[in-house]
Design a protein around this ligand. Structure first.
Ligand SMILES: Nc1ncnc2c1ncn2[C@@H]1O[C@H](COP(=O)(O)OP(=O)(O)OP(=O)(O)O)[C@@H](O)[C@H]1O
Length: 275
């Protein structure tokens, strides 16, 4: 036993002729914060789907807390990519958060019910969502819905938290609230965090290691080891300039190396920070 809570060994994933990544070996320790970066279509979400047991590997194996993914693995929390919820959805915010407790043994009776209510209230308060916790989620803004999803993922006290661009629709204040919440959880409870993001800067102070995927290749290391001109130039196969300004990382020049149209489209603004 390596002590890692996520163990990925010799993993490969291909769809038809296209290999997203192969030869991926990665152990994630309890409490570690791993940022998963890479351009559109590089396989970031697919990696999370493998860990969730929703996608099988083409080769290799994956273990979460020593067990295969899927199989009722309650050790996982998941914050999906932001998608607007159906406006007609009448489920209340607090009930959405409470779904994260499903499968917990609350027992029957008032004590179980009170305990459940208290935990939901605490989770709602932790993301600052008290004001709208009783409203139907379909009527809430994208950012409000996203804070409830984070509360839902954390309430089950997971050993591993999988986040798919959880900051995408949040303003700067709520980006900070959510990242500090996730950071607090991993520090206090040793939850390992795999955080897919296009933008490393909002989480840079927390990141222990980066997994950077590009066109079937990848690098794993500390932000300093991966987010530098030499490493990213090698990964993209062209000259890429990485500059640190005021504690932030800016990447320029990667777009010319990317051959997929959608990637060009995504990166067409030269001053946009490249993932
Ligand atoms: N079940 C599938 N069958 C075939 N191709 C798939 C399947 N699932 C994903 N893909 C393809 O694999 C590629 C990687 O998708 P994925 O969603 O993992 O990328 P990503 O890195 O998360 O991208 P983005 O930054 O755009 O969210 C995409 O080209 C996608 O179309």
């Amino acid at each position: 036993m390596s002590g890692a809570v996520v163990e990925i060994e010799g993993a490969a994933l291909a769809f038809g002729e296209r290999t997203l990544w192969s030869g991926l070996d990665l152990d994630v320790r309890p409490g570690e914060f791993l940022a998963v970066l890479g351009p559109n279509g590089s396989g970031k979400t697919t990696l999370l789907r493998v860990l969730l047991g929703l996608q099988s590997l083409s080769a290799g194996k994956v273990r979460i807390a020593g067990r295969p993914p899927g199989k009722g693995n309650r050790r996982l929390g998941y914050v999906p990519q932001q998608r607007a919820m159906d406006q007609q959805l009448t489920l209340r915010g607090a009930d959405l958060v409470g779904l994260g407790l499903d499968g917990d043994r609350w027992g029957i009776g008032l004590r179980g019910l009170r305990g459940r209510r208290r935990r939901i209230a605490e989770a709602v308060a932790a993301v600052g969502a008290e004001r709208y916790a009783s409203s139907p989620v379909g009527r809430l803004s994208g950012g409000e819905q996203q804070r409830l999803r984070v509360a839902q993922a954390l309430i089950g006290e997971p050993d591993v938290l999988l986040c798919d661009e959880p900051l995408a629709s949040l303003d700067l204040t709520h980006q900070r609230i959510v990242t500090e919440l996730i950071d607090g959880r991993r520090r206090e409870a040793g939850t390992a965090v795999l955080f897919v993001t296009h933008e490393i800067n909002p989480v840079l102070p927390y990141v222990d290691r980066v997994l950077y995927l590009v066109g079937g290749r990848f690098r794993i290391g500390t932000p300093d080891e991966v987010m530098n001109s030499a490493t990213l130039s090698e990964l993209y196969g062209t000259r890429v300039e990485v500059v640190r300004v005021g504690g932030q990382i800016h990447v320029a020049g990667a777009q010319s190396a990317l051959c997929e149209d959608e990637v060009h489209h995504h990166l067409e603004h030269t001053d946009e920070p490249v993932p």
